[in-house]
Design a protein around this ligand. Structure first.
Ligand SMILES: NC(=O)c1ccc[n+]([C@@H]2O[C@H](COP(=O)([O-])OP(=O)(O)OC[C@H]3O[C@@H](n4cnc5c(N)ncnc54)[C@H](O)[C@@H]3O)[C@@H](O)[C@H]2O)c1
Ligand SMILES: [Zn+2]
Length: 356
């Protein structure tokens, strides 16, 4: 029997428990890429890892800079003598997860990957679905994720004690990505969440189930089905980039969802009451930032730079139109082409921080 190679698609295999308990099963000689801040905030992690006699524990500073070719090279160098049967553990937020996924795919043409998400955003989103990427700078602006791979994790360890050190802001960022999935994929859950905000573990489990259900239908994004997961990301990535990554990914996606609701309404795709309900829920639930933040950031940028960013963000069609995820109802998302004049008509309102 031929078994599937490391990194090939598999259902997510989630293990919940303390890091100490879960790491007791880590194969000896694994390469661990660990967020430096996590190592500092949770000193018992290093003790538990060392007990498994790792190949190396490479500490990286989490943040968008970790998604660079330099950081990737550091991980690859640390893993050069890892055997093909070896395991790479990615322990940190989405940035550590993304660069480590790239490295796991490249080392020995693919080694086993274990994800240990330590931010809420990584737990609800980035540690699932097999994607890893690094950023590239184009004309002085960082373009997110144009170079990447699919390499599915063998296991994901979800250790609630690691989330205890997250700030309210970090929780908001993760919650926004989770609400993104709920608002665009599951009307019933959206209703339930608006009645009563979920506890953190519930939110993680629900978001992972929703994302998994989409990825399972289109593991390598060949049919376009996974594009629905990009709700809020078209303008979200633009905002992230023009802020020079001072605005976090989750917060950017939150504001990007408001832009997508505006575009949907302007095109007659998103019914006005749907847009209103989702915007209100994003404010009351995870606490999306105010529109003045969008105005502040877009106000600083030239329209032609925005166009370069949108074009480089791999979401444009052949004619330069944007392929945007728009809501046709709560829990129902569709991909629609949006022409430049259509979204540019919203620019005055966006740069004034008002709802168009
Ligand atoms: N691969 C995917 O499918 C996918 C999906 C969504 C997002 N992403 C990517 O994920 C990245 C964002 O992830 P993120 O928000 O986790 O960012 P991040 O990795 O930069 O982490 C945010 C901050 O939290 C710190 N941190 C990590 N764990 C902590 C803990 N337990 N306690 C306190 N602080 C902690 C980090 O050091 C960092 O300063 C973006 O680059 C985005 O593009 C990827
Ligand atoms: Zn995202």
């Amino acid at each position: 029997m031929i078994s599937s190679p490391p990194g090939a698609y598999r259902h997510s295999n989630d293990q919940w428990g303390s890091f100490k308990r879960l790491s007791a099963n880590l194969p000896e000689g694994s390469l661990v890429v660990l967020d430096r801040k996590v190592a500092k905030l949770h000193p018992t992690v290093l003790t538990a890892l060392k007990a498994r006699r790792p190949h190396a524990v490479l500490q990286l500073t989490g943040g968008e800079r970790a998604k660079s070719f330099e950081a990737l090279e550091q991980v690859l160098s640390a893993g050069l003598t890892l055997p093909r049967s070896g395991t790479l553990v990615a322990m940190g937020g989405g940035t550590i997860g993304d660069v480590s996924t790239m490295a796991a795919h490249l080392l020995k043409r693919g080694v086993r990957l274990v994800q240990v998400p330590t931010t809420l955003l990584a737990a609800v989103d980035s540690s699932l679905g097999g994607k890893g990427a690094v950023d590239v700078t184009v004309r002085g602006r960082v373009v997110k994720n144009p170079v990447g791979v699919f390499h599915y994790a063998e296991e994901t360890w979800l250790c609630p004690e690691l989330f205890a050190s997250l700030s309210d802001t970090q929780r908001r960022e993760g919650a926004l990505e989770a609400w993104k999935m709920v608002a665009s994929l599951d009307a019933e859950l959206f209703q339930a969440y608006t009645r009563r905000a979920p506890a953190l573990e519930r939110l993680v489990k629900d978001a992972r189930r929703l994302k998994e259900s989409v990825c399972a239908q289109d593991p390598y994004e060949q049919q376009g089905l996974r594009r629905v997961l990009n709700f809020g990301h078209t303008f979200g990535h633009v905002l992230e980039s023009v802020s020079h990554f001072k605005l976090s990914h989750g917060d950017a996606v939150g504001l990007g969802m408001l832009c997508a609701l505006d575009v949907g309404r302007a095109l007659g795709v998103t019914p006005p009451n749907v847009a209103e309900r989702v915007e209100a829920a994003l404010q009351k639930g995870p606490g999306v930032l105010g529109r003045e933040r969008t105005a502040q950031l877009l106000g600083r940028a030239a329209l032609k730079d925005i166009q370069v960013l949108l074009a480089a963000d791999k979401k444009t069609g052949a004619g330069g139109e944007l392929r945007m995820v728009l809501l046709t109802d709560i829990g129902v998302a569709e991909i629609r082409d949006v022409t430049a004049p259509q979204w540019r008509a919203l620019w005055p309102a966006w740069t004034q921080g008002v709802r168009p």
